[in-house]
Design a binder for this molecule. Structure first.
Ligand SMILES: C[S@@+](CC[C@H](N)C(=O)[O-])C[C@H]1O[C@@H](n2cnc3c(N)ncnc32)[C@H](O)[C@@H]1O
Length: 219
């Protein structure tokens, strides 16, 4: 199946709220475990979460790494309003987590030792935006973990995945999930993106029946 891009930003309030209310605890756990297993000796200090949405992974990552200071970035003010409210309820994290409303690419000078991102890549119409941003903001030796959906072979397979994981979800969430699967990249396409951006030594692995992960250390 050819890729069918979807809108980049999730700004519509009903869409953002139904995404924020969905149970993504399995994906969050998978992400936190992938980081722990692939970077066992890395101690995150200055972390950025690109396309953080309502901030579930941002806050779980902060909780898992008590020495870290994390900036969650998103271009959707609706998403960051939800993230702000959620952070207010997690008083132990408020000093270590901040939100930054900005649409990538962003040319500000920054330096992070840890760069994470979940489910942003498939939203980007130009995927090099993510890989260039990671290189621009990542310090030498920085740990990078990107997780995303991968594109199934057909729309019928995408519909089966939606049934398997979101049978009882609100229609707007089912629609977004289907569109995201159709907008996602294949493993081969991501390999090509990494080759083009000079990150060919990064690992790309399928980590569930719908997710793949990319990780590596910046030179
Ligand atoms: C599917 S959500 C993922 C949210 C979160 N990372 C998670 O795992 O739950 C993708 C997010 O990326 C944001 N986004 C898409 N394109 C962006 C861009 N160019 N710059 C900043 N944020 C972007 C969207 O607004 C949305 O909140």
């Amino acid at each position: 199946m050819q890729r069918i891009p979807e809108p980049e930003l999730m700004e519509e309030p009903r869409q953002a709220h139904s995404y924020a209310e969905a149970d993504f605890s399995d994906a969050t756990r998978l992400f936190i475990d992938l980081f722990a297993n692939n970077f066992p000796r890395h101690r995150p200090r200055r972390v950025v979460d690109l396309g953080c949405g309502p901030g579930q992974i941002t806050m779980a990552f902060a909780a898992a790494h008590p020495g870290s200071q994390i900036t969650g970035i998103d271009g959707s003010s609706t998403m960051l309003e939800i993230a702000t409210e959620r952070l207010r309820q997690q008083s132990t994290l408020t000093r270590r987590v901040e939100w930054w409303l900005t649409r990538l690419p962003n040319s500000t000078t920054r330096s992070y030792d840890t760069l994470i991102s979940n489910s942003l890549l498939h939203h980007l119409h130009e995927p090099q935006i993510l890989w260039r941003q990671i290189q621009n903001w990542g310090a030498s030796g920085a740990a990078v973990l990107v997780m995303d959906l991968y594109r199934p072979s057909s729309k019928a397979e995408a519909a089966r995945i939606v049934e398997r994981y979101a049978a009882d979800a609100p229609e707007i969430l089912r629609r977004d999930f289907f569109n995201s699967l159709c907008a996602a990249f294949t493993r081969e396409e991501i390999h090509q993106q990494l080759e083009i951006s000079g990150l060919a030594d990064f690992q790309v692995k399928v980590v569930s029946d719908r997710h793949l992960a990319v990780w590596g250390i910046l030179k």
